[in-house]
Write a protein that binds this ligand. Structure first.
Ligand code: FES
Ligand SMILES: [Fe+2]
Length: 439
């Protein structure tokens, strides 16, 4: 069997890559598996595309890619949002090359000027007379741009490439409560993308990044230089001068193993999870003046308390979205190749809330996630070295044993400690379910 067909026709070989409490290095390295992820995993799950606030007006669009396929998210004249394949029906040119903009009333391919309505339906073809008596109308080329299954949940737009498959609500289930928690941090129940999107291309497999989002055991060692420097700065900070926001944000990176053991986590079906159900490094952030009152007036005493008291460290909407509700941050994982991953960081501004919430988010993102961050480069260093060293001739298995229990996960959702590697094992169970089967 040659390398290129090692896994494609062998579901048992794919299942064998995840051995309950350990995972084989091929899941990060093997290019055939990345191809299969594009064909089987990303196309059948609900993938985050963008936020409705990025396309406020009719004809506004953003472009991105899902599973290496270029897509357009575009606002329709009736106010809804659609996700289209960015691939001309004629010869396959990308109909839009810009990353964002306004298409006007219709889309026009830059090559031979075929035109499409904003919902992708065909509009016009130059030299129509030349097609008379041909079989164009029987051909897929006359159907316009492909349109994906799409769901706009409180402004968060997701798409599923497969025309058939699990429904949006069945796929995410109770995890949608985390999107509610984020949107309801606004007294108006709405958040908007603000302040630009930070982008980094990281030389590692996308799953290394995703696992790390809920890896509570690494910050104290990996980010020691950041939190130790913050601790030293606080010691000498003048008593009568308020500590800057940056220190408030960096200090909790020194939280120890015991903190995360108590902080709690919850795993859900389909690979989703929440780290920090009882506490997180964000629990201590104070509320800006007037914010709590505005929240109580808008949502009522009980709901306002419920929203503000729940500030987990990270929530993963498998496979490509990680969010924080406080600060209001999205991390969007766009896998490019087995060893290359684009990560986009969005800051969200809660509508009708004090500007300080957005400032806190922007500061956090610059400090912790941006290419110039004093935290992210620690993670990127370890991802890069893992990607390199796993290819060397050593033990091919990666340990995920921490707090493993036989038959775990048969009852989901399940509450566990924040240090439990079930958060990653649960991702791999979902990975196997999608990868070892296909349509
Ligand atoms: S490729 Fe688009 S019009 Fe020809
Ligand atoms: Fe980290």
């Amino acid at each position: 069997m040659n390398h290129l067909s090692q896994y494609r026709n062998d579901p048992d070989a794919i299942r064998a890559l995840f051995d309950e409490d350990r995972v084989h290095r091929d899941v990060y390295l093997n290019e055939e598996l990345f191809d299969l992820e594009c064909e089987r995993l990303f196309v059948r799950s609900w993938v985050f595309v963008g936020h409705a606030s990025q396309v406020p007006n009719t004809g506004d669009f953003i472009t991105t890619q899902i599973a290496r396929q270029p897509v357009i998210m575009i606002r329709q004249p009736d106010g809804t949002i659609r996700v289209l394949l960015n691939r001309c029906a004629h010869k396959g040119t990308m109909v839009i090359s810009l990353s964002s903009g306004n298409a006007g009333k219709f889309l026009r391919c830059p090559y031979h000027a075929w035109t499409y309505r904003t919902d992708g339906k065909p509009l016009g073809v130059p030299l129509r007379i030349g097609y008379e008596g041909t079989r164009l109308h029987e051909c897929e080329a006359s159907a316009g741009l492909g349109s994906l299954a799409c769901e706009n949940y409180r402004g968060f737009v997701f798409a599923r490439m497969s025309p058939e498959g699990i429904s949006f609500r069945d796929y995410f289930g109770d995890m949608l409560g985390m999107l509610d928690n984020l949107a309801d941090r606004s007294p108006a129940g709405e958040v908007r993308v603000a302040g630009g999107i930070l982008r980094s291309v990281i030389p590692c497999n996308w799953k290394m990044y995703l696992e790390n989002v809920v890896d509570a055991v690494h910050p104290i060692s990996t980010h020691e230089s950041a939190w130790q420097t913050a601790r030293d700065a606080v010691k000498t900070w003048p008593k009568d001068t308020p500590c800057p926001m940056e220190l408030e944000q960096l200090l909790p990176f020194g939280s120890g193993y015991e903190f995360y053991q108590q902080a709690g986590a919850r795993v859900y079906a389909n690979g989703h999870c929440i780290l920090g159900t009882r506490a997180s490094i964000h629990s201590g952030y104070g509320a800006p003046p007037g914010y709590e009152d505005a929240m109580r007036t808008a949502h009522g005493e009980k709901r306002a308390k419920e929203i503000l008291a729940f500030a987990p460290q990270n929530s993963v909407l498998f496979p490509t979205l990680a969010l924080k509700s406080s600060p209001q941050t999205l991390r969007v994982i766009r896998p490019l190749a087995a060893n290359r991953t684009l990560v986009e960081i969005f800051a969200l501004a809660p509508v009708d809330a004090p500007d300080e919430l957005l400032q806190r988010t922007l500061t956090y993102n610059r400090l912790v996630f941006s290419p110039m961050s004093i935290v992210a480069h620690d993670d990127i260093h370890v991802f890069k070295t893992m990607q390199q060293a796993l290819a060397s001739s050593g033990n091919p298995w990666i340990s995920l044993h921490r707090e493993f229990q036989v038959n775990e996960g048969s009852q989901l959702p399940m509450d566990v400690s924040g240090n439990n590697e079930i958060l990653m094992r649960n991702q791999f169970r979902a990975w196997v379910d999608l990868m070892a089967t296909h349509d």
